[in-house]
Design a protein around this ligand. Sequence first.
Ligand SMILES: NC(=O)c1ccc[n+]([C@@H]2O[C@H](COP(=O)([O-])OP(=O)(O)OC[C@H]3O[C@@H](n4cnc5c(N)ncnc54)[C@H](OP(=O)(O)O)[C@@H]3O)[C@@H](O)[C@H]2O)c1
Length: 268
Amino acid sequence: MKNKVVIITGGSSGIGKALAEVFGKNGSKIMITGRHAGDLAQAVADLKADGIEAVGFNGDVSLESDNQKMAGEAIRIFGRIDVLIANAGITMRALFEEVNMAVVRKVMDINFFGALYATQACLPEIKKNKGSIIGISSIAGFRGLPARTGYSASKFALNGFLEVLRTELLHEGVHVLTASPGFTASNIRKRALTKDGSVQGESPRDEQSMMTAEACAQHIYRATVKRKTILILTTQGKFTVWLNKWFPSLTDRLVYGVMAKEANAPLR
Ligand SMILES: NC(=O)c1ccc[n+]([C@@H]2O[C@H](COP(=O)([O-])OP(=O)(O)OC[C@H]3O[C@@H](n4cnc5c(N)ncnc54)[C@H](OP(=O)(O)O)[C@@H]3O)[C@@H](O)[C@H]2O)c1
């Protein structure tokens, strides 16, 4: 990864920030993106303090034009793009019968369309350089989670997109990785949208007991270097995907039980 140019959407927090650190420490030149300029500037400063060549791009992945500007800026500053990590994402927590559809649409716009826009904007450069496109999906892209309809649907859609992309690019030398973390400590649950679109404000799960963002990023880095196509993380995540394949009805009951135990769970 030495001297490779890596764009990480949503690199100012959590898994994206940890990915910037691990790719940067292995010699890559980094562009991270995000909507909140203050968080982005702090994350860039942290990377630079670690001796990493990094820049920030203040933009919203759900706006197609921001993604084109992002790719243009990376080429202007670094001269090329080798790896895109489509990581920016948000989640929601509400029962389907109660959720305002604007919440589902926002989650789809960021998690699904955001990844498509970023990929299309970077694809000509990545094809030229025979690089990598990494989509950060989720276990929720293999097994739907109750009270996360919009989130699960966005990740199932992302998985379908990445599978087709990988196949379309089979003879182009482009590597496509679907990386699916399990529960990982980050800000995503604090920032989750509730049924009316307000921010949840705190995590309903024990973040301390989860995989760290740094460990998650190490796994994704290694899978990128090895040009793997699918990465499923955490023991619980691997078990859930396996169980759902062979025992889907049992998995319905187990998943319901796990999610109903969350603090203030909307499940009855
Ligand atoms: N943490 C987990 O348990 C977990 C599990 C499976 C998959 N994932 C996936 O991992 C990815 C990263 O999540 P995380 O857990 O690291 O969450 P996080 O700590 O909340 O970080 C999310 C990042 O995405 C950025 N972002 C959000 N919306 C954006 C937008 N519209 N445009 C540009 N940037 C945007 C945020 O910055 P701004 O808010 O400033 O824009 C932030 O930098 C997501 O795709 C998530 O679905 C997470």
